[in-house]
Design a protein around this ligand. Sequence first.
Ligand code: NAD
Length: 282
Amino acid sequence: MSVNHLVVVGAGQMGTGIAQVALGAGLKVTMVDLSEDAVMKARGKIEAGFKRLVEKGQMDAARATAALGSFHGAVSLRDCRDVDFAVEAVTENENVKRRIFEEMDAAVRPGGVLATNTSSIPITRIAAATRRPEAVIGMHFMNPVPVMKLVEIIRGAATSDETYTVTKALAEQMGKTTVVSKDFPGFIVNRILIPMLNEACFALTEGLATVEDIDTAMKLGTNQPMGPLQLADFIGLDTVLYIAEVLHKGLGDDKYRPSPLLRQYVDAGWHGKKAGRGFYNY
Ligand code: NAD
């Protein structure tokens, strides 16, 4: 099955990036959010994104105009027709996502795929809200979507080989490299990344080294572009804590327990870069 018409549900940070990359790859995209205003804001961001690419000589102007012409907006999945593939990128709330999957189930044509960009909710549970769990899959883009090359594909307990093949081909058409993960907490990236960031918080609590030295050590000693405490600030300490809690609860092992210092910073409202304060001041 080839994908011509993609629906992106959720016009936030991730949905906007997914829509931009899909349009750039020549797909027709319908973006769905709760209000026309949200959809139009996303359209404006995509237009600005294309403009930057044209200015940098990475996209030609005619292609940018054509791609933007393939953008459509809607405030309900009920207004979407002939959908081959839908990817959901709404707020990380299981009840909201389950409701949207029931609607996606009705909107996507038979044989189409229902994907979620969730970072932490089991694909298998979301799939159970539909009448075709074999067509449900995780398609986990990284932020910012236009820049980051990776898509983690997560197979739920019932995901079919056909669904996986279509999803991988779509991600590749969008210029991404894919990896495949089983449906367990954190998938691959967060399963390994978040314990490292959490461990940096424990090391800091123990007075092993200063914030700056922990980051410099990991940057220069392991060739990472950014140290773990700075990266935690960039992701958002609230998000890091949330994912650490998902790993701790979902894997049931105390080795994943969140650092009390991380929890205290979140309690204080020091959520990192977006809040102006985390391990660093911004
Ligand atoms: P966001 O808050 O920027 O956007 C969420 C959007 O969903 C909002 O525009 C909101 O209006 C819309 N929405 C909420 N309920 C809706 C409904 N019933 N119907 C239609 N639209 C609805 O969130 P985000 O950062 O883009 O994250 C979206 C998803 O992507 C989450 O599942 C998140 O876990 C996942 N994710 C986020 C990141 C990240 O770094 N931000 C990275 C990977 C995955």
